[in-house]
Design a protein around this ligand. Structure first.
Ligand code: OXD
Ligand code: MN
Length: 598
């Protein structure tokens, strides 16, 4: 076992002691980041049943984990921002006063770790020692959490040494407790730089460096310290001239950020010499650097990706990434101890063990006659970025990468065209603030229903979103060279509900236009909603789509937009006088442009 209390930080020692007094673990183990300790934990997790060792030849270093049946996605209704004033959490967050929240959670945490070990995980979001990075310490009674954190973050002894320099860290406490949904709470205390999560074992609720720290707490810090913490992928596009340009893109959960971040150029464009470099697939921390432009780091070191639909056609780089050192959650276990999910490569196995741990055969139906899926629709894999064939060589750079374009996108069967560009920064902020998307399996709720999801941050903004919009507007003033802002929609369908755009690698055709716009290489058409490409400006070499498809993809129906505006107005109105006036101005001018085109 690692030695106890191997830190000189009084702050940290006092906090660990206090939390241990409340949770009463049998033992405390400090995670040092060594391979030896990780392998010991893997073996213990196999013995305890938390992990299943997968086929060592076909999937070396890979494991399977199953969560409880009602613990398979982020539970947004049990997620709270706990600020002294309710107003600071804003109308789009669940709020609880810190006093009530601590009291409620304490009754669940009290004695919750009896008979268990408390692991202390010092972790850094971002390269250790970078001025972009933030340190956290997660206490947990779950080996699954420790093993995932070792993939997703830089964790261990080197982080402790860094923490000791100024003693600052986000205090992250997690206990599985009874894994009881009635005793589940995901609490954020931005004023105390503290996160408490109890009663869950699902990644998005318990890997506290991810959504809780890197988005909810970080967005609060980012406003205060004047930077951005965003739900965005970061990718580099190496152009035929050898220059790499970077973009950051925000899409709601399970809308294809991971696939886009590591796309493989289609043949028609590959011959031009394009190549993709993946920096991150989920979170982007961005700062204005001394050159007046925006630079981004991915604070994570791993992917926590959605398994269903991942295959060699949709995402060959991810298929290569998850062949080793990967933790699979809630997928099908095959008889040769490899794994499968709906939309994986190859045939469905004749039989297997499903995500609930039950014997399963393809086509099996439940008592209502619905097909039983083998893998949960939100089943996941946790894999190191370093495994990814397209991993960027700048991942560990302390200042990250310069961002040329910010792209917003949602999943919309109608309405939003394939791509358009904002008129300027303020209009771009309006475009982000009015994003809407259909719900996916990553959130509990009605699949397919449209919800307003500004900047894909609705579940992740750690404070009043009106202030967040203000922050976005203000940041525009800080940049001498702000990135241009675009909106894309890969999911538009025809009258029969068929996707019009092939998506995946073909999306590079749209990104090529985006970069051409950033570099002033191409004109665009001014429409009511923004600048749009002329059909001839998207390089379609090697891609055959039925006649008129691009026109349908690019079509803008002012009546549909005016209808959409009603939802936007309702959404904006809930912020009352806090909503920045600039956004109402943008709303009004959009109305005028739409009406004159209707
Ligand atoms: C994720 C999510 O897991 O957004 O990235 O839910
Ligand atoms: Mn996400």
């Amino acid at each position: 076992m690692a030695k106890k209390f191997p830190t000189t930080s009084k702050n940290l020692r006092a906090w660990v002691n206090k939390m241990a007094r409340m949770c009463q673990p049998d033992d405390i183990v400090w995670v040092d980041g060594s391979d030896a300790q990780r392998m010991r934990l893997e073996q213990e997790a196999i013995v305890s049943g938390e992990l299943v060792q997968l086929n060592k030849e076909k999937l070396p270093g890979c494991f399977l984990h199953r969560t409880a049946a009602d613990d398979v996605a982020r539970t947004e209704h049990l997620t709270f921002i706990c600020t002294k004033k309710k107003h600071d959490a804003g109308p789009t967050n669940n709020w609880m006063s810190p006093g009530v929240a601590y009291r409620k959670a304490k009754t669940i945490f009290a004695g919750a770790m009896k008979g268990r070990t408390m692991y202390v995980i010092p972790f850094s979001m971002g390269p250790v020692g970078s001025e972009f990075s933030k340190i956290g310490v997660e206490l947990t009674d779950s080996r699954y959490v420790v093993l995932n954190m070792l993939v997703m973050t830089r964790a261990g002894e080197q982080v402790l040494r860094q923490l000791e320099k100024n003693g600052e860290f986000t205090k992250c406490l997690h206990s599985k407790a009874e894994l009881d949904i009635k005793k589940r709470l995901i609490l954020h205390f931005p004023e105390d730089n503290t996160i408490w999560s109890v009663g869950s074992g699902y990644g998005g609720n318990v890997l506290l460096g991810k959504k809780c720290l890197s988005l909810r707490i970080a967005s609060w810090l980012a406003k205060k310290e004047r930077w951005f913490a965003e739900h965005m992928l970061i990718m580099g596009i190496e152009k035929p001239n050898g220059r790499i340009e970077y973009i950051a893109a925000a899409f709601p959960s399970a809308c294809g950020k991971t696939n886009l971040a590591m796309l493989v150029p289609p043949e028609g464009l590959k011959v031009k010499g394009y190549r993709i470099w993946t920096v991150g697939d989920d979170i982007s921390w961005m700062r204005v650097d001394s050159d007046g432009s925006l630079w981004a780091i991915n604070p994570e070191t791993g992917f926590f990706g959605v398994a269903p639909g991942t295959n060699s056609k949709t995402n060959p780089n991810m298929v290569a990434t998850i062949k080793k050192n990967t933790i699979y959650t809630n997928v099908v276990l095959k008889s040769d101890r490899t794994v499968w999910w709906e939309g994986a490569d190859g045939e469905a196995p004749a039989e297997g063990i499903d995500w609930l741990g039950k014997q399963w055969k393809p086509g099996m139906k439940d008592e209502k006659g619905n097909i039983i899926k083998g893998a949960h629709p939100n089943s996941r894999f946790t894999a190191p970025i370093a495994n990814c064939p397209s991993a960027s060589f700048r991942i560990d750079q302390h200042h990250g990468v310069p961002i040329s374009a910010i792209i917003f996108g949602g999943k919309r069967a109608r309405l939003a065209p394939l791509v358009y560009e904002s008129f300027n920064w303020q209009h771009g902020v309006f475009m982000g603030a009015t994003m809407g998307s259909e719900l996916t399996a990553a959130q509990m709720g009605q699949l397919g229903q449209v919800r307003r999801d500004p900047m894909a941050m609705i579940p992740f903004c750690g404070y009043n979103m009106a202030g967040y919009f203000r922050h976005w507007l203000d940041m525009g003033q800080k940049m001498a060279k702000p990135p241009r802002i675009f909106h894309v929609n890969w999911f538009k369908t025809d009258e029969n509900g068929k996707f019009l755009w092939p998506g995946f690698g073909e999306n590079l055709r749209v990104l090529e236009w985006v970069l051409d716009r950033c570099n002033g290489k191409i004109e665009a058409e001014k429409t009511a909603i923004g600048y749009a490409p002329r059909s001839s400006d998207i390089d379609m070499t090697g891609l055959h789509v039925p006649e008129g498809t691009l026109e349908k993809l690019m079509s803008i129906d002012p009546k549909e937009w005016l209808e959409e505006s009603k939802g936007i107005k309702k959404f904006f109105k809930q912020f009352k006088k806090d909503l920045p006036e600039e956004l109402w101005q943008e709303f009004e001018t959009l109305q005028q442009r739409l009406k004159s085109n209707a």
